[in-house]
Design a protein around this ligand. Structure first.
Ligand code: FO1
Length: 320
């Protein structure tokens, strides 16, 4: 089984590549729920929905989120009635949040909801929330502390970032199957997602980082930073606030206590020696996922790097 740690848009695209390379039934995705929040009284899970709807072929490809061809009649009426309209929820998208909220209220866990939704939408990989307990990501800014989506969408990432807080993470547990998946995986892939607010919440869960250090599976990350910047999203100010260099080397430093291989883009080839000095193998390739062929190529390179690492280090333990 191939286990992937996933955020939103970049991770969903990487998983589309992985699906072309290995049988879907052998893939499990552990998805960030730090972006989850309640709006209009509904439980919204942006990254779970982005991954599920992308793999179902239902995503609005240009945006990377929302349902393709969706309409906004309800949003318009919500506005007319004085409701918040800053987070664009299409009419079909709203069905996900209405149904999720009802199931959770009836006592279902987020894991059960995520599994029901991916099966209903015809997705063959296993989709696991990182936790069944809420761990909202808050951004601490000069204008105060706020939920990630308020910072990123409502305020357009305009506030200076002073820090990040995963609220309640100490009291949360990895969702059922997550720690077992890490222990038993043939390979663990970190998708090209934001290291602070997409992969970070997953790593912050009790026991998660320890499990990554202890597993025999090779752990391969794809750098979300290319040429000193993320392809999409607010990784730069968030990494800077965390004191991390906004580069593939900064990514290697973030994960170096458990990472075996980092796949970096050709434009960052000169960083390979410095990455390898951290004890992380660097694999250089074209990491830009322009289309299906490039997505499959990236997944193939990541898996091959893992196999090569596992073969080369058979029987040796991971250095602390
Ligand atoms: N991102 C935006 O920048 N603006 C939006 O209005 C917006 C709505 C939205 C609705 C559903 C959903 O699943 C995601 C949505 N996103 C929107 C994406 C989201 O803010 C982030 O991209 C992810 O949370 C980060 O991975």
């Amino acid at each position: 089984m191939i286990l992937t740690l996933a955020g939103g848009v970049g991770a969903a695209r990487f998983l589309e590549g992985l699906l072309q390379v290995v049988p879907p039934e052998t893939i499990s995705a552990v998805v960030n729920t730090g972006d989850d929040f309640v709006l209009h009284g509904l439980h919204i899970s942006p990254d779970l929905d982005i991954v599920t709807c992308t793999l179902a072929g239902l995503i609005d490809v240009a945006q990377g989120w929302g349902i393709t061809g969706d309409t906004a009649e309800c949003m318009e009426w919500l506005g007319r009635l004085g409701g918040p309209t800053w987070f664009k929820l299409g009419d079909r998208d709203l069905a996900l949040h209405i149904r999720r909220t009802a199931l959770l209220r009836e006592g279902a866990t987020l894991s059960q909801v995520a599994d029901q939704f991916r099966r209903a939408l015809g997705v063959s990989i296993r989709i696991l929330p990182m936790s069944d307990q809420p761990v909202p990501t808050h951004i601490i800014t000069d204008a105060g502390e706020m939920h990630f989506e308020e910072y990123f969408v409502q305020r357009r990432a305009a506030d200076a970032v002073r820090g990040v807080r995963f609220v309640g993470v100490e009291a949360a547990a990895p969702a059922p199957g997550v720690l077992e998946g890490i222990a038993g995986a043939e390979a663990i892939l970190l998708a090209p997602s934001n290291p602070i607010v997409s992969i970070g919440p997953i790593l912050a869960l009790p026991g998660l980082r320890q499990a990554l250090r202890e597993t025999h599976a090779p752990i391969i990350a794809v750098s979300p930073i290319v040429g000193g910047a993320p392809i999409k999203g607010p990784a730069a100010p968030l990494m800077q606030a965390a004191g991390l260099e906004v580069s593939a080397l900064g990514i290697a430093r973030t994960y170096q206590d458990f990472l075996d291989v980092l796949v970096i883009d050709e434009v960052d080839a000169s960083l390979a020696p410095a990455i390898e000095q951290l004890g992380v193998r660097a694999v250089v390739t074209d990491t830009i996922m322009r289309g299906p062929a490039e997505k499959a190529h990236l997944a193939r390179v990541a898996l091959a790097a893992g196999n090569a690492f596992a073969f080369a280090t058979e029987g040796t333990e991971r250095t602390e």
